[in-house]
Design a protein around this ligand. Structure first.
Ligand code: ADP
Ligand code: MG
Length: 253
């Protein structure tokens, strides 16, 4: 695809839980190859926004477009094969399966075999292809040397990389990363930032949430700031850092 083409658009997204408006009319768009960070204090509505974009929960209002096609209200299993997938704040791995098998589970999103069939190894040909795709993805994140280890032998940082590998193996081109830097040491964060920048240069599009301002500001092309469900600012890292509304939201200034 062409770099710079709009791949994701969110218009007026709204979600209430009881009387609480968790996401109150949020709009933003992403172009191919961009890294957009979604930041804001705890409870601002960042994870809910993720859940609305991936289809995990239906919005009460607003629309989501993927590659120009409206996907509002579609469930994750219909949205993921179109090229959008996510990682979780706490990695969702199968601890007793190997690193390679965990990465291969990502491929169920793009094969005709179901998740369980891939898990049980019922589709031989699909399985071979899945393992080769998974191995390539492990190489991309630098985990190929640990392919045959059990997933629970990995450090927290390696488990995050494995989640990203599984996402790459799934064929997703738009990667939603919920706190990818959480629990990582400084060196691991630098490696993560290097990996994510490389992916964006290759044409992956990244939407990420993280609390680490150094990581976010060093990584993101653009930043959307949320507070109490609303978008209060959007701009380059420099622009939002200077924005008085943002400083007030974070520091009570
Ligand atoms: P963030 O990720 O920015 O910390 P969240 O999107 O998780 O914020 O939450 C936004 C608000 O919505 C919070 O007040 C949170 O308590 C509330 N919330 C989130 N998910 C639910 C839910 N499933 N049921 C009820 N309230 C929720
Ligand atoms: Mg959250």
């Amino acid at each position: 695809g062409v770099r710079g083409e709009e791949v994701l658009r969110v218009e007026g997204l709204r979600k209430a839980f009881g009387g609480l408006l968790a996401v109150a009319g949020v709009s933003f768009a992403l172009r191919r190859g961009e890294i957009l960070a979604l930041i804001g204090p705890n409870g601002a509505g960042k994870s809910t926004t993720f859940n609305l974009v991936t289809g995990a929960i239906p919005p009460d209002g607003g629309r989501v477009f993927l590659f120009g096609r409206e996907v509002t209200g579609l469930p994750p299993y219909r949205i993921h094969p179109l090229g959008l997938g996510r990682t979780f704040q706490h990695p969702h791995l199968f601890p007793e399966l190997s690193v390679l098998e965990n990465a291969a589970l990502g491929t169920y999103a793009r094969t005709r075999a179901g998740f369980l069939q891939v898990l049980l190894g019922l589709y031989r040909k699909e399985e071979e292809r899945a393992l080769s795709t998974a191995y390539q993805a492990l190489k991309r994140v630098g985990l190929e040397g640990l392919a045959l280890e059990r997933a629970d032998r990995l450090t927290a940082g390696q488990q995050r990389l494995l989640e990203i590998a599984r996402l790459l193996a799934s064929g997703a081109e738009i990667l939603l990363l919920d706190e990818p830097g959480a629990g990582l040491r400084a060196g691991e964060k630098r490696e993560l930032a290097h990996l994510l920048k490389g992916l964006a240069r290759e044409g992956y599009t990244l939407l990420l949430v993280d609390h680490d301002m150094d990581l976010v500001m060093g990584l993101a092309d653009r930043v959307v700031v949320m507070n109490y469900g609303e978008k209060i600012a959007e701009g380059t890292p420099k622009e939002v850092q200077k924005n008085p509304l943002v400083r007030a939201a974070y520091l009570g200034e």
